[in-house]
Design a protein around this ligand. Sequence first.
Ligand SMILES: Cc1ncc(COP(=O)(O)O)c(C=O)c1O
Length: 389
Amino acid sequence: MNIPMSSPDLTDAERQAVLEVLQTPILSMGERIRRFEAAFRELTGARHAIAVSSGTAGLHLCVRAAGIRPGDAVITTPFSFVASTNVLLFEGAIPVFVDVDPRTGNISPERVAEAARALAKGGATARRFLPPSLRRQDSPPLRAILPVDVFGQVADMDPLRAVAAEYGLKVIEDSCEALGATYKGRPAGTLGDYGVFAFYPNKQITTGEGGVIVTDDDEAADFMRALRNQGRAPGDTWLQHTHLGYNYRLDEMSAALGVVQMSRLEELLRKRERVAAWYEAGLREVPGVEIPFVTPQTTRMSWFVYVIRLEAGIDRAAVARRLAERGIPTRPYFVPIHLQPYMVERFGYREGDFPVTEDLGRRSLALPFSGVMSEEQVAYVCRALREVL
Ligand SMILES: Cc1ncc(COP(=O)(O)O)c(C=O)c1O
């Protein structure tokens, strides 16, 4: 059996919606974008939703809106997809990594508080938190916290917000993996100053490529709308550009696809929950396998991927190889950001800098996952894993 790593869940309604756009002359900045954005306001209760061309683009606009400038420090997590850190580097900001909670893989609020305290104090204590190659410089001003809702589980946002309030920091919530999740009953994406969702085809909903920013901040929303559209502020003509902006617009075909996917969100999330439950039942008792941990404050997990951890000492590469021989692809989710070649080169990070992240990075294995997987396919993966182990 050959099983895909992930698959979008599309119906004729999505195909029809895209074709309908192609029967009109408006392929960008039209009615579908407005409807897509409205669906996010409705889902999250946020005052503003801004559709953009990718999750990365959305996060980048939040970094600009938060006023993060070259040399500013931002506390974030090394256990994430690289984009959450890259958007800081785009603006010349300094990522201040802190380690994660070993159970969830989400940024540790205690470590964040420690780093914020140290950076506020300055001097040698602060420098200990900076990237190794920057430890000789003065400690930079701390501007923001950028937590990530890893694998569809919202980070522990209440203590993070408390740290942000204490030190006057902005919070950018990277909810690219967590559309539809809730934390103590509150929707992912709404727990900081700005939240961002992403819609690559392996995500809970897809637009091919795309993202949405949500925020309650009127001024920031105007600014980000301008930046996504080449810096055109309200009142600017097509060739007037108040700000340095980008082309981060989402096109109408993608938005039309997204409108239908959003109308099916509950169905899509339920199907993913069902697949996760099959995995859980199939893997709970398998020696050497740790299944995902969901904290009690996660009132809804929005399953993005299904990532197990292998017991220390098990040769993960060999397991992945043997599974691949049986038509089962896997991924080592995540390779820690601080150990990516460009980060090592630029900042001098080494193995051992963030032990919890590195341990998770070494032992995590994402199994094939999507809402369209059948019970039979999940059973096949579970059986194969048991045999291979
Ligand atoms: C945590 C996280 N942040 C950011 C992104 C970036 O989203 P995109 O691929 O749409 O740019 C992703 C998705 O790939 C992600 O998983």
